[in-house]
Design a protein around this ligand. Structure first.
Ligand code: FES
Ligand SMILES: [Fe+2]
Length: 353
């Protein structure tokens, strides 16, 4: 029996893979943010690692986004050492050029060479949605990309703001669980919105949704800086918070204040390697558009800085999906449901090491 030469090569973990293989395969089936759309608008490629796989992305003149493995197959040099010229990537070592379909278009040292089909970059599935370029290393054939539904990001009434995505020394499971943890505000966040006089966590329900989980939770927050809430003069402010978690690793938190003010916070940690994550953490709000972007981002950075040392110190680093491994209280229902859902998706070994 002969092999089907037209079939795509099976996706394999990269050489430098730091995950257990089954874990890598389970994670590789999902879609992750790779770059904010505006990061590609400068006409320079963006190179980043996802699941230990170095990737490169750029935008063509027709605004198409191209994502490929960051490797020139002539002599194994990363393409990010080269540059983008028009719609092509040029390798820094011998100047091979690659077009948007990945095919090599020119070999300068041998201009008459009939370029074989296999002299081609390994391109990666991508889709641009909500101002973000999403990628998937091992997409299900014929299935639509599973991207969270975040309509605020396409609504001109909302202003979306982001920093460059930082990297933290955490697993994405630990980081996302911290984002959905309603019990830590009054302890970790007393330098920003946490209200030490409000430590008790009222009972709440976790709802299953088609893409994940949802929780509504009210919180009487401290209000030391009216920049964040737009409600000057109040020592505390009522927040109506709704979390919509899109499995496995993306969540929108809608924070509503009186008067229809809505401030959404988005968190989508991307597994870079087994214990490193890149945080797509950004905001969109429908009010106070006169407040300088820098002031709003500085506030969010301050909140993240309160979380970072805590989350980076957690042991084990991996999120224990076996619920008997850590102690759960009533206020952890959301975390427990999140862990259950990750386990149902086939994740596990790297979270329970
Ligand atoms: S290694 Fe890229 S052109 Fe030679
Ligand atoms: Fe936090």
């Amino acid at each position: 029996m002969s092999a089907d030469l037209s079939a795509p090569a099976p996706v394999r973990p990269p050489r430098e893979n730091s995950f257990p293989e089954a874990e890598w395969r389970a994670l590789a089936r999902h879609w992750y943010p790779f770059a904010y759309s505006d990061e590609l608008d400068a006409g320079k490629p963006v190179a980043r690692t996802v699941l230990d796989e170095p990737l490169i992305a750029y935008r063509t003149a027709a605004r198409q986004v191209v994502v490929a493995r960051d490797l020139c197959i002539h002599r194994g040099v990363p393409l990010h050492l080269g540059w983008q010229e028009g719609d092509e990537l040029v390798c820094a070592y011998h100047g091979f050029r690659y077009g948007p379909d990945g095919r090599c278009t020119r070999v300068p040292a041998q201009p008459g060479l009939a370029i074989p089909k296999k002299l081609c970059l390994s391109t990666i599935a991508s889709v641009e949605r909500h101002g973000i370029v999403w990628i998937c290393l091992d997409p299900a054939p014929d299935a639509a990309p599973s991207i969270p539904h975040w309509p605020e990001l396409d609504d001109p009434a909302y202003r979306m703001l982001h920093d460059p995505p930082p990297e933290w020394a955490v697993t994405p499971g630990r980081q996302l669980e911290n984002f959905i943890d309603v019990g830590h505000f009054s302890w970790s966040h007393t330098g920003t919105f946490g209200n030490r006089d409000q430590p008790e966590v009222a009972p709440y329900e976790v709802r299953r949704t088609p893409g994940g989980l949802s929780v509504a939770y009210p919180y009487l927050a401290a209000n030391p800086d009216a920049t964040a809430t737009g409600l000057a003069g109040a020592a505390t402010v009522q927040r109506w918070m709704t979390y919509d978690l899109h499995l496995p690793l993306a969540c929108r938190l809608s924070v509503e204040y009186e008067g229809g003010r809505r401030h959404c916070i988005f968190d989508a940690p991307v597994p870079v390697s087994r214990r490193r994550s890149r945080l797509f953490f950004f905001i969109a709000r429908n009010y106070d558009h006169h407040v300088p972007a820098e002031d709003l981002l500085a506030w969010e950075r301050k909140i993240l800085a309160e979380d970072k040392p805590i989350v980076e110190s957690q042991r084990p680093e991996d999120l224990p999906l076996d619920l008997t491994e850590e102690f759960h209280i009533r206020s952890d229902r959301f975390s427990a449901a999140f862990r259950d859902a990750l386990r149902e998706l086939g994740l596990g070994p790297a979270y329970t090491a």
